[in-house]
Design a protein around this ligand. Structure first.
Ligand SMILES: Nc1ncnc2c1ncn2[C@@H]1O[C@H](COP(=O)(O)OP(=O)(O)OP(=O)(O)O)[C@@H](O)[C@H]1O
Ligand SMILES: [Mg+2]
Length: 242
């Protein structure tokens, strides 16, 4: 079976334009093209405010974001927004949950708490990893940028993702941190800036970003850069470590 056929892809995005529902005239995403196939890990990097989280939310159908153009085609059997895929018996569920808790080094008491109720950013990430491990999805969209992960949490996310990688799983991984990509090997790295993907490449692209920051790549793409290059350097999780 050809993997170049759109029908075999998990996620196909063409010319996607997105605006906040509350401010339709302010388009955040201005024509995104992206293809994620089975077994592929795509990393999305980009400066603050470039539209990374907006992309994740739009793909998940968040009501605060309005698709104003283009289209998103999800393989009908693999909808990353549908959490109820691949039903499993309660007994099986508990057995798998215990396994996954151990894998993610999580306390079992976590699961008796409400999702997102009183969790720190790092704990929420572990919980997301747990949910993902439980659901064994074929397409995962991960946005870790808001959580201020320290190095240990970053490693746990990386271990969680790596433990789940398989030839069927497609991953869209949104990150500020080149360092995360030392742990999770992406097949493709995309740079998002001012609502567009301005460059795509291999892992070497992430290394170049770590080295140079975003300034030179944005200028190459013909974008106006009106902040000093130092402000476009990549965030370092070490700075956020507690
Ligand atoms: N609901 C909203 N209403 C109005 N503006 C919004 C909304 N959500 C995002 N924006 C704006 O859209 C732009 C992109 O935001 P987004 O959160 O997608 O960036 P990001 O790339 O995830 O940034 P970061 O690296 O800081 O996480 C920003 O200028 C932000 O202020
Ligand atoms: Mg974000």
């Amino acid at each position: 079976m050809s993997t170049n056929n759109d029908a075999d892809r998990h996620l196909v995005i063409r010319g996607l334009r997105v605006a906040p529902a509350a401010a339709r005239e302010k388009e955040i995403l201005q024509g995104i093209d992206l293809d994620v196939g089975p077994g592929e890990v795509h990393a999305i990097m980009g400066p603050n405010g470039s539209g990374k989280t907006t992309l994740a939310y739009a793909l998940m159908g968040h009501p605060a974001y309005l698709v104003t153009g283009g289209e998103v085609t999800k393989n009908p059997d693999i909808d990353p927004t549908d959490a109820i895929k691949g039903g499993v018996s309660m007994l099986d569920f508990r057995r798998r949950m215990r396994e996954k808790l151990a894998l993610l080094k999580m306390d079992e008491a976590f699961v008796s708490r409400y999702v997102n109720d009183g969790f720190s950013g790092g704990e929420k990430k572990r919980l997301e990893m747990l949910q993902m491990a439980m659901l064994n999805p074929q397409m995962a969209i991960l946005d870790e940028t808001d959580s201020g992960l320290d190095i240990d949490a970053l490693r746990i996310v990386a271990e969680g993702v790596n433990a789940m990688l398989n030839p069927d799983l497609g991953v869209l991984l949104i990150t500020h941190y080149q360092r995360l990509l030392n742990h999770i090997k992406p097949d493709v790295v995309h740079v998002l800036a001012q609502g567009r993907i301005v460059k795509s490449g291999g892992k070497d692209l992430a290394l170049r970003l770590e080295d140079e920051g975003y300034g030179p790549i944005l200028r190459e793409a013909g974008l106006e850069v009106n902040v000093p290059d130092d402000a476009l350097r990549l965030d370092e999780p070490a700075v956020l470590a507690h």
